[in-house]
Design a protein around this ligand. Structure first.
Ligand SMILES: Cc1ncc(COP(=O)(O)O)c(C=O)c1O
Length: 382
């Protein structure tokens, strides 16, 4: 890790770098998108059509799993994954407090109770904080592959084995991330992805995927996402959900998926610049860099840091045209008092006053990131 605060060759001209660039996502492949949308609409192929099945097959082949189901969003993918794990009424599930409320909401949707544990300085689940939270009702643990990084899945696996728990992965933010060569989304009973527009693979609306390797579970998942219908007989064999991914969104994502590997590498290159330029600042805690460990391939869905004087820093960056955000509005789940959730999350509590996201997406240039780094170095070093 470099201790030197490198000088940038970026120009000092003011720039406008919003936190995210939604219009840019369309402009990037506008011609291909319009041709694809035109083709799908002209065919009248809206629900459960070939574009969806082609997208599912492409994703399954990429991940090396037997089944992928395109679903309405990441939250329903998590809900179905919990159902496949047999989690239900009266059960408890361990969830880290530093995640989107959707992780805990999915537990609630199956009638169970989320119990919140802590994260560590890399912002991933700290299973040691969960030991005292396990009861006779605890049925599963949900590691969250946050910010496009994977949890220490050996530790999660050992914890689950020790307590006899199922693993249900929230990999919504981590399509393409790997732990010891294995893709996020392929650990545990089932995995989940979100295709919310700001995700590394985002659609133009809501979307998600459920990842299942086991054939028997796949049959149930197929029924759940389509009103509980058996796909051959069309008969309802259980109460299910209307949780299908729209065909047009699947077709759009096929366009983007062709460029996926390139956009992951670009994010990692940007993360490398942040790492090289900022790791010498004692006022900032950075995420582990892209080359920090051979055990992980992080895809940097987000670049989440902890910062001294966070609000003045954000103001300073704003004045330089740089957008930042606080993931989930600056709240850990245990801080939503109305949910009344049992928790043990002291690190997350302290971190809530320090954490923030710096711009990170594949439309940013290296010069943009150098400009951001210049502004941060100026703030702390003048
Ligand atoms: C960690 C995490 N879990 C769950 C979700 C829920 O996904 P969706 O918004 O597609 O329902 C998200 C999406 O933002 C997420 O980031």
């Amino acid at each position: 890790m470099s201790q030197t605060i490198l000088k940038s060759s970026a120009d000092a001209q003011p720039r406008n770098i919003p936190f995210f660039n939604y219009p840019g996502l369309f402009a990037e492949h506008e011609t291909e998108f319009m041709a694809t949308i035109h083709d799908v609409l002209k065919r009248g192929a809206f629900i459960m059509q070939k574009d969806l099945f082609e997208f599912e097959a492409a994703l399954a082949s990429y991940l090396g799993v037997r089944h992928v189901f395109g679903v309405a969003d990441g939250t329903v993918a998590l809900t179905l994954a919990l159902r496949l794990a047999g989690v239900g009424e009266g059960d408890e599930v361990i969830v880290p407090s530093h995640t989107f409320v959707a992780t805990a909401a999915a537990v609630n949707h199956v009638g169970a109770v989320p119990v919140l544990c802590d994260c560590g300085p890399d912002h991933m689940i700290d299973v040691s904080s969960a030991d005292g939270l396990v009861t006779s009702k605890t049925r599963a643990i949900m590691p969250v592959q946050l910010n496009g990084r994977t949890c220490d899945m050996d530790q999660v696996g050992a914890f689950a084995a020790r307590h006899g728990l199922k693993i249900v992965e929230d990999s919504c933010q981590a399509l393409g991330a790997k732990y010891k060569g294995r893709f996020a989304g392929t650990f545990g009973v089932a995995g989940s992805f979100s295709f919310y527009p700001a995700k590394v693979l985002g659609c133009f609306g809501d979307g998600g995927a459920l990842i299942v390797d086991d054939d028997a579970n796949a049959e149930i998942a197929r029924q759940y996402r389509d009103h509980g219908r058996d796909p051959v007989s069309g008969k309802v064999v259980r109460f299910g959900y209307n949780a299908r991914l729209d065909n047009v969104q699947a077709a759009i994502m096929m366009v983007k998926f062709r460029h996926y590997g390139k956009s992951l590498e670009h994010r990692r290159a940007l993360a490398r610049i942040y790492q090289e330029r900022l790791s010498g600042l004692s006022e900032l805690l950075l995420p582990p860099g892209p080359d920090a460990s051979n055990d992980r391939y992080d895809i940097f869905q987000n670049y989440e840091v902890e910062a001294d004087s966070r609000e003045p820093l954000r103001e300073h960056l704003k004045a330089r045209g740089i957008g930042t955000i606080l993931q989930w509005g600056g709240h850990m789940i245990h801080q939503f008092e109305k949910l009344e959730l049992r928790h043990n999350a002291p690190y997350a509590e302290g971190m809530s006053k320090r954490y923030m996201l710096l711009p990170m997406h594949h439309l940013l240039g290296e010069d943009d990131v150098n400009y951001i780094c210049d502004a941060i170095v100026d703030f702390y070093r003048g």
